[in-house]
Ligand binder design. Structure first.
Ligand code: COA
Length: 357
């Protein structure tokens, strides 16, 4: 069903109602990968910080992962799917090109009033989704939005290429945003694209031309990454955008309680942190357990920090997704969520300490 998209008459703020995440149960450790490629736990951990990654098995799908993350976020918000009127799904590895992932999720979660669409912005997708949803909420077009990020890179990884196969994992994360006539917790936003760096991180489709015409040149549909170039891009861009957004919010870096960056690689996070001089304890890091889960990495890390009590109501956080495009999305927000799961949640994950410097 469609929702009224008439010209809005009022402007609203945006508040955060819930957060959730999900990672598939199957774990592949660095040691497991030595069965596939010439590598070692020591090489992977020292170059990337990653110790293990979660991967899908069998028919587990993008929609399955996203649905689990949304159900977690609905529990966090104490809400029903029926209350949602906008679903934005951030994924670059959809099960189907169409129907859109968001449309499939609308049916799965019983959000019969909701409209939805997908955003394919790779590792920046979750933050692009939040900023896009905020525009609809601020304009008064919709009242309640879910932004869900879900990516399965294990299906697009060349498991014989040690340069890439050690880096990625699968997962999903979701956030619920509401229009609010009085409060605005999204304090500043910034989106960026540098299309000249598009060739440094790519994932091609393998579809073929009509057999009556010249065939398409053979390629593959695996992730290709120029690791060094992406490293340089991230280390130059992220401090620039974080400084700019904090400035836009009328704050300084000292005003941030937490920084949640795309969980690409511990050395990227270290280098950025050195440039910005943000205290290590403010940086939320969980890539050691999940690897690079693309669009899902920011909500997977944030959700964990909410559940274990690091992120508290009223805290101010900067969030930045960055990667293929090259693109980045950055926001500063006040954590207003009154999480209904807290107290019910038992931390069962095998948290592993990681040294930043
Ligand atoms: N295990 C063991 N050796 C490996 C390996 C692995 N998994 N992957 C690469 N190597 C080898 C290379 O073959 C190379 O060997 P050689 O010197 O004999 O040719 C050597 O290690 C160094 O390779 P190099 O590519 O220079 O390594 P690096 O120090 O640049 O680290 C990355 C590689 C991918 C970890 C690093 O470039 C990186 O973190 N890039 C950013 C990636 C990223 O997170 N991007 C996404 C977000 S934007």
């Amino acid at each position: 069903m469609s929702v009224n998209t008439n010209k809005p008459t009022t402007s609203f703020g945006v508040t955060i109602a819930g957060i959730g995440a999900y990672a598939p149960e199957t774990i592949i450790s660095n040691d497991d990968l030595t069965q596939l490629v010439d590598t070692s736990d020591e090489w992977i951990a020292s170059r990337t910080g990653i110790r293990q990654r979660h991967v899908v098995t069998g028919n587990q799908s993008i929609v399955d992962l996203a649905e689990n993350a949304i159900q977690d976020a609905l529990a966090s918000a104490g809400m029903d799917g029926e209350e949602v009127d906008l679903i934005i799904a951030a994924t670059s590895t959809p099960d189907t090109i169409y129907p859109a992932t968001a449309c499939q999720l609308q049916h799965r979660i019983g959000a019969s009033r909701a409209v939805g669409f997908d955003i394919a912005m790779a590792c920046s997708g979750f933050v692009y989704g939040i900023i896009t949803a905020s525009q609809f909420l601020r304009a008064g077009t919709y009242k309640t939005a879910i932004v869900v990020a879900s990516d399965i890179h294990s299906r697009y990884t060349d498991w014989s290429d040690r340069n890439t196969c050690v880096l990625f994992g699968d997962g999903a994360g979701a956030i619920i945003l509401k229009a609010d006539p009085e409060t605005d917790d999204i304090l500043a936003c910034e989106l960026g694209v540098d299309g000249s760096k598009g060739a440094e991180l790519t994932l091609h489709t393998s579809a073929q031309n009509c057999p009556l015409v010249k065939p398409r040149e053979p390629g593959n549909n695996y992730v290709y990454m120029n690791g060094r170039e992406m490293f340089k891009f991230a280390v130059n861009t992220v401090p620039m955008t974080i400084r700019s957004i904090v400035d836009k919010a009328g704050m300084t870096l000292d005003d941030l309680d937490h920084v949640v960056l795309h969980q690409a690689n511990i050395r990227i996070l270290q280098a950025m942190n050195e440039k910005m001089g943000i205290p290590e304890e403010k940086l939320i890091v969980n890539l050691q357990k999940y690897g690079n889960t693309s669009a899902a990495s920011v909500p997977l890390a944030l959700n964990e920090a909410v559940l274990d009590g690091r992120v508290k109501q009223g805290d101010v956080l900067a969030m930045c997704g960055f990667g293929a495009g090259a693109a980045w999305g950055t926001t500063v927000l006040r954590w207003s969520c009154v999480d209904q799961r807290l107290g019910k949640h038992q931390e069962t994950s095998d948290t592993q300490e990681i040294q930043l410097v």
